[in-house]
Design a protein around this ligand. Structure first.
Ligand code: 7TS
Length: 403
């Protein structure tokens, strides 16, 4: 059980008022708020150990390097990776997926090859593959949806051909809050000898992920959705793939030796970490993951599932309510009558309630659902049932206004 009263005290931002009303922050799928310990970790770096990493013999540089590498160990443990060097720091999920598209694509894909993605992908797991399509002539196969907004696994099985080279799917839909059967998806792909990239942006904050159990070949997530700062993220990749893949960015740190005629590349993970890394963000990410572990991710998940279940139950009582799919995670998407999602979002904002409205960077999914967008409420460890009640009252008020 989580003690939300105590947890809320750790998040300074939550105490404020918005438009004169206590802030009800329900946009956690977009980004989570940060606990004081994470905020402190950032200022502590600059107050005590700041120096560029990996290249100094001097004391500060060594301390900063050690702190950064400890955070890598923390990430490795958090996601159950086999090796530290399989953890690559990026700017976030978007960059992690672009890295795979560019480096895996550049190494292993050629014209005519196929990549399988799904109907529920965020734009960041669509557009990198389209860029690759335009660059080298691959094609995309899309896993369709069933009537209840789940991935159609039977249809997925039929998408494979001898040209299939990669599957790239979201672990949890950022719109529907539905967990995809990624283990099954991975097992099916592996039975065809095809590797799988899992977009873990919406699962890592809410589900205990373990790379050994999942057997994903690549796994991407963003720090800022799991109580860490913006601008830092992770790509996990199996050593056998990362080793064989060409580098992504060129520059300092990713090289062993550089001559005008020829350059040799550094070992993993540094081969994929060109330039000065965001070591401050990395250290704070380590702190955020420690914070999650201190509360227990299973406890956080149980709390969020209960909030989602309660929210769905309460929302269903509102006339004209349309909930998309049956969320099992920490987000719910809905529309009410013919109220435009942006109008509903604006009214809720005036009541101090922050929800997301629009297409949620999943325009193809909106097209499939035949809607312009949704209103999405998404939960984190610090949200409460009272906040769900405030949301419901706000929606009821909006419905009256539009009646
Ligand atoms: N993949 C999924 C499933 C996501 O939900 C998001 C961000 C991304 C990738 C991209 O993550 P980034 O950190 O690199 O930007 N999703 C959302 C959202 O639902 N609302 O704002 C951002």
């Amino acid at each position: 059980m989580l003690n939300t009263d105590e947890i809320r005290k750790e998040f300074p931002i939550l105490g404020q008022k918005v438009h004169g009303k206590p802030l009800v922050y329900l946009d956690n799928a977009a980004t989570t708020q940060k606990p004081q310990c994470v905020i402190d970790a950032i200022s502590e770096v600059y107050c005590t150990i700041n120096a560029n990493v990996h290249r100094g013999v001097h004391h500060l540089s060594q301390v900063a390097t050690e702190a950064m590498e400890q955070a890598r160990t923390k990430v490795k443990e958090f996601i159950g990776a086999a090796n530290r060097h399989e953890i690559i720091f990026t700017r976030g999920t978007t960059e992690s997926i672009n890295l795979v598209a560019s480096s895996f694509g550049g190494t292993f894909l050629k014209s005519g090859d196929e990549v399988i993605i799904s109907s529920v992908e965020h734009h960041s797991n669509i557009v990198p593959w389209q860029l690759l399509r335009d660059r080298i002539g691959i094609s995309l196969r899309i896993i369709p949806l069933t009537a209840d907004c789940r991935l159609d696994i039977e249809a997925y099985k039929g998408l494979f051909s001898e040209r299939t080279k990669l599957v790239s799917v979201a672990h949890v839909s950022n719109v529907l809050g539905i967990t995809n059967p990624v283990k099954e998806i991975i097992d099916i792909a592996h039975s065809h000898g095809v590797p799988v990239l899992v977009d873990g942006a919406q699962s890592t904050p809410h589900i205990k992920v373990n790379m050994q159990e999942l057997d994903a070949d690549f796994f991407a997530f963003s720090g800022h959705k799991v109580y860490a700062p913006t601008g830092i993220g992770v790509l996990y990749g199996k050593e056998k793939w990362l080793d064989a893949m060409q580098p992504y960015h060129g520059g300092g740190e990713m090289i062993k030796s550089v001559h005008f005629e020829k350059t040799t590349f550094n070992e993993l993970p540094y081969k994929f970490e060109a330039g000065t890394p965001d070591y401050t963000g990395i250290i704070a990410l380590g702190k955020a993951l420690e914070w999650v572990e201190s509360k227990g991710i299973e406890n956080i998940a149980a709390h969020e599932h209960e909030l989602t279940r309660y929210a769905v139950e309460q929302l269903r009582g509102i006339e004209g309510m349309r909930i998309f799919g049956e969320p099992d995670g920490a987000a719910v998407s809905f529309l009410v009558g013919d109220i435009h999602p942006a109008d509903l979002g604006t009214i809720l904002d005036h009541l101090g309630i922050a929800v997301r409205t629009g297409h949620h960077c999943a325009q193809p999914l909106m097209e499939l659902l035949g809607i312009p967008g949704t209103v999405r409420a998404s939960f984190a460890a610090y949200n409460t049932k009272e906040e769900v009640d405030t949301l419901i009252k706000g929606i009821e008020r909006a419905v009256k206004m539009f009646a």
